[in-house]
Write a protein that binds this ligand. Structure first.
Ligand SMILES: Nc1nc2c(ncn2[C@@H]2O[C@H](COP(=O)(O)OP(=O)(O)OP(=O)(O)O)[C@@H](O)[C@H]2O)c(=O)[nH]1
Ligand SMILES: [Zn+2]
Length: 337
């Protein structure tokens, strides 16, 4: 009895872990988040639940709280006797997180367990390679597969220029050139939307994410409403984050709150997005070369030869400094614990 959950992306590993460790409890996926309350799809029904007292007690950071996309263990499959309690969150296979404002550096999970993360940037004058690099790092860092979508290509007649720019940045990534108006790129996008998979979109405000998601949803809004829920007073509640099911069974997490995410975490994502610089750096004369003024620097030589741009190196250095700063802070924090 887990057909519904398989449709929501349940895999054998989580199901086995659940079976082996929990009795008289139920498995579910967080499909929406409200203030302190979560909407959870279970095999039976969709319920509202909050974090159990014991879980609250064990919270070490904001990341210990559930997020949309999480697989959780709950104590019921119906709200007939009140709201449920969440007892456990299964380890996340991918996360989009952000630094939380405040004195302490804290990680907040925005969405989890996504398979593909679409990085959206528009083809008009807002196109910005440096910003794209940042988003690619975030994408790699999430653990999901990043795919780039260049939106609004109907507005730009110099796509060749953008293609040239991107070729230098998006190494090893698929790029979809998309227009919600002409429908171009739709077939390529749809390839990624398969049943049981979860996708999410990031990118600056106004690049066309909502329009694109609406195109994906098509006329079949009914399916989406299946997992909408009324609150205790029968109102349709609005939420910041919500997982929606497309007509073909693919899940989309739409998160208006995650437009401009900052980097968090070690440099893994940065290194993945700057493989060209890392390759060149192996040929620098000094192993600790900072590619600044050092003699025999292969990276600077490549810039001189026009193989990579100075801006790309600057961007790399900036992101590196940022992640190293975060690493130091996190180290300090864990030492003081
Ligand atoms: N020309 C053109 N305009 C588009 C396209 N896609 C979206 N737009 C327009 O761009 C504007 C912003 O689109 P949205 O879909 O709201 O952008 P968004 O990324 O969801 O923005 P936020 O919700 O603020 O994050 C709207 O006026 C859309 O009509 C496109 O492919 N071509
Ligand atoms: Zn160097």
């Amino acid at each position: 009895m887990k057909e519904k959950l398989i449709k929501l992306g349940l895999n054998d590993r989580i199901f086995k872990e659940f079976k082996d460790n929990f009795r008289d409890l139920y498995l579910g996926r967080v499909v929406a988040e409200y203030k302190g309350l979560y909407k959870i799809a279970t095999e039976e029904d969709i319920i509202l639940a909050q974090v159990s007292g014991k879980m609250v007690h064990n919270v070490v950071s904001k990341s210990s709280y559930p997020a949309v996309g999480d697989w959780v263990v709950v104590d019921r499959t119906s709200n007939s006797t009140g709201n449920g309690q969440i007892h456990w969150i299964f380890p996340r296979k991918s996360v989009l997180s952000r630094k939380v404002a405040g004195k302490q550096l804290n990680e907040q999970i925005i969405v989890s367990n996504i398979d593909t993360i679409f990085i959206c940037m528009s083809a008009n004058k807002d196109f910005n390679p440096r910003k794209l690099e940042r988003y690619i790092s975030i994408g790699w860092n999430s653990g999901a597969m990043p795919v780039i979508i260049i939106t609004k290509i109907d507005l730009n007649h110099d796509i060749e220029n953008i293609k040239n720019e991107i070729a230098k940045i998006a190494i090893g990534l698929e790029i979809i050139y998309f227009s919600s108006i002409t429908g171009e790129g739709f077939d390529e996008l749809i390839k990624y939307t398969t049943s049981g998979k979860t996708i999410a979109f990031i990118g600056s405000s106004g690049v066309g994410k909502s329009t694109l998601i609406n195109v994906l949803l098509g006329e079949n809004k009914q399916k989406v409403n299946d997992i909408r829920l009324e609150d205790d007073k029968g109102r349709h509640t609005t939420t910041h984050r919500e997982l929606m099911v497309l007509p073909n069974g693919c899940m989309v997490i739409d998160t208006p709150g995650m437009r401009e995410i900052q980097l968090l975490d070690e440099s893994a994502g940065v290194d993945d997005s700057f493989k060209d610089i890392l390759e060149l750096a192996k040929k620098c004369k000094f192993s600790d070369c900072r590619h600044d003024k050092e003699p025999g620097c292969a990276v600077l030589a490549a810039i001189d030869e026009g193989i990579i741009s100075k801006q790309r190196l600057d961007s790399y250095n900036k992101l590196k400094r940022e992640t190293e700063y975060i690493k130091r802070k996190l180290n300090k924090k864990s030492k003081s614990k």
